[in-house]
Ligand binder design. Structure first.
Ligand SMILES: [Fe+2]
Length: 306
């Protein structure tokens, strides 16, 4: 099975490295693990060598992502399979601390995709202070052509569609979480590929409330939520990190039973069984939540480019 097992890390292009290091260590409660010669900083949520990389840059954006493959996947065989799809891919050794070998390719928007079997697990454990999420949950990509980018992840890496909202959001997973990627068309609207948002999973509602209190005490405004999404049914709340990236903190995401092709039933589901579906924009809850948030990001990026 060449499908990745998990979203291992996100690599962010960062303007203000010190503010972002402070945010990831003191606010998010990750552990700083390493700094390399190029000035990149590596952070762990609790087990892997890193789950977040901050790369110094002039402009904030997503550099790329790391996807961890199962131990039975041969990177050499996978390289051949990807090349057969007409995609350029390189096998790299010791390209990152903690990862002995990886494949590197670019998705249609130019975001780097790293595939690896092994990552060091120094297990700094979960910190006692800060938000301390369970894990990096998903990335929402701002694609130039959302359908084309979603097809890339579907065809090349065997991500499966879970849900879609209108023609602007494509939810895809490689494991049991409702979405590991959300491929949106935000890039098309602002004229360049970008990061729509990065999302971390929290433990439960009390953890979410405590996290939002912590943000508030640190003068970080909650932009929206917590409220329940339609696709994925996660209860989400959003804020900005110091570099202006939208960050989601969520609980309660739908869990797929892949073999049965439906989501573990929950009282708030619209369908029984709840299967992948194509939602109308803002079909449920009588709110304009998701469109509002999308418009918020659109305005923010248009403000930067104008
Ligand atoms: Fe999200």
């Amino acid at each position: 099975m060449i499908k990745p097992s998990k979203l291992g890390y996100a690599d962010l292009a960062v303007r203000d490295m010190d503010a972002m290091e402070h945010y990831y260590t003191e606010i998010m409660g990750l552990t700083l693990m390493d700094k390399d010669e190029e000035g990149r900083r590596y952070f762990s949520t609790g087990l892997d060598h890193h789950n977040i990389i901050l790369t110094p840059a002039d402009e904030s954006n997503l550099v790329g992502m790391g996807l961890q493959m199962g131990p039975d996947v041969s990177l050499r065989d996978l390289k051949k399979m990807i090349e057969q799809e007409g995609i350029e891919v390189q096998l790299k050794s010791d390209a990152q601390p903690g990862i002995p070998e990886m494949l590197e390719m670019k998705d249609p928007d130019g975001f780097l995709v790293h595939l690896y079997n092994e990552i060091d697990m120094p297990a700094p454990r979960f910190k006692e202070n800060g938000i301390v999420p369970n894990k990096l949950g998903h990335l929402a990509l701002g694609a130039m052509d959302a359908v084309k980018t979603a097809e890339f992840y579907g065809q090349v890496l065997k991500f499966r569609y879970t849900d879609r909202i209108g023609d602007r959001a494509n939810f895809m997973t490689c494991n049991r979480d409702h979405h590991v990627l959300n491929v949106s068309n935000l890039g098309k609207h602002i004229g360049r590929p970008n990061l729509y948002h990065i999302a971390f999973e929290l433990r439960d509602a009390s953890h979410q409330y405590a996290s939002l209190d912590l943000l508030s005490k640190n003068d970080i405004q909650i932009l929206w939520g917590p409220t329940r999404h339609t696709a994925g049914h996660n209860i989400a709340a959003y804020h900005h990190d110091p570099d202006g990236n939208l960050v989601e903190l969520f609980i309660d995401m739908d869990q797929l039973i892949p073999e049965l092709d439906y989501f573990d039933p929950r009282p708030w589901h619209e369908d029984f069984p709840m299967k992948a579906r194509h939602w109308d924009d803002n079909a449920a809850w009588g709110t304009r939540f998701e469109e509002t948030l999308f418009q918020h990001s659109l305005k923010k990026f248009q403000g930067i480019s104008n």
